[in-house]
Design a protein around this ligand. Structure first.
Ligand SMILES: NC(=O)c1ccc[n+]([C@@H]2O[C@H](COP(=O)([O-])OP(=O)(O)OC[C@H]3O[C@@H](n4cnc5c(N)ncnc54)[C@H](OP(=O)(O)O)[C@@H]3O)[C@@H](O)[C@H]2O)c1
Length: 247
């Protein structure tokens, strides 16, 4: 499938996990891709590995929680490469604890990365997309944004907030040909979930009708669909990818 031939995509947090699989799938669909991570060496290494398997990929350091850095880095990339056609807000962190024990700095770190980071990146690419009269913004949220989750008040608030951001961006820019949707993964096998105790993983697997954690590629396919022309009339939606855990 080469549905994204020549399109330019930015994937935040593309160094590993879901973001890396999204970058791979976008490259396979013909897009040129910029992946970001918090440090230059990690981002450049990820991009080199992705490009080795085919496609044009660049890696840059970009801490999405730093609003001014986001505006500057994206401006610089646009100067070099032109305006982006696709933005995938994927970068995310967890800092779990029950509300009673959650530290203010852990609340702030998660909200600044997962929610404010998506706002900052969307704000930085929209002008260029408007000039092109088209674009795709895809926010990676989470099943827990709908369900809630013990020990994740910060993360859940950020993901639920991102769904509101998604619907607002969809309404603000629909008339300019820019769509904005969210993809809400269930439990996916990445570094983020590998940090869980085996017993907690087993307990969660028992709640998934498909009886397994998802793979990053399960999420990536849906992102490529939303980035493609086939999804031109889809906007403001949250697409759940969770093996049936929530229905
Ligand atoms: N895994 C799951 O079960 C699951 C379920 C639902 C939703 N999600 C969401 O899916 C997305 C990806 O998760 P994942 O499981 O692939 O996580 P992961 O394996 O921990 O990878 C996180 C990625 O985000 C990047 N990142 C973290 N903080 C960043 C920042 N401040 N600026 C830029 N990049 C940053 C990391 O890059 P560096 O370390 O190189 O900086 C890395 O590439 C997240 O938004 C997560 O909330 C995951």
């Amino acid at each position: 499938m080469n549905g994204l031939n020549g399109k330019l995509a930015l994937v935040t947090g593309g160094t590993r996990g879901i973001g890396n699989a999204i970058a791979r799938a976008l490259l396979d669909a013909g897009a040129r891709v910029v992946v970001t991570g918090r440090d230059a060496a990690g981002a450049e290494k990820a991009a080199a590995t992705l490009a080795e398997a085919g496609g044009e990929c660049r890696g840059v350091a970009l801490d999405v929680s730093d609003f001014n850095q986001v505006q500057e880095v994206i401006k610089g990339l646009e100067k070099d490469l032109g305006a982006f056609d696709v933005l995938v807000n994927n970068a995310g962190i967890t800092r779990d604890d029950v509300v009673m024990r959650m530290k203010e700095e852990d609340w702030d770190a998660v909200l600044n990365t997962n929610l404010k980071g998506s706002f900052a990146c969307a704000k930085a690419v929209i002008r260029g997309m408007m000039k092109k009269r088209g674009g795709r913004i895809i926010n990676v949220t989470s099943i827990v944004g709908t369900m809630g989750n013990i020990g994740q008040a910060n993360y859940v608030a950020a993901k639920a907030g991102t769904e509101g951001l998604t619907r607002t961006l969809a309404r603000e820019y629909a008339s300019r040909g820019i769509t904005c949707n969210a993809v809400a993964p269930g439990f996916i096998d990445t570094d983020m979930t590998r940090a869980m105790e085996p017993a907690a993983r087993d307990q969660l697997t028992g709640q998934i009708p498909m009886e397994r954690f998802g793979q990053p590629e399960d999420v990536a396919g849906v992102v490529v669909f939303l980035a493609s022309d086939a999804a031109a009339y889809v906007t403001g939606q949250v697409i759940h990818v969770n093996g049936g855990m929530l229905m």
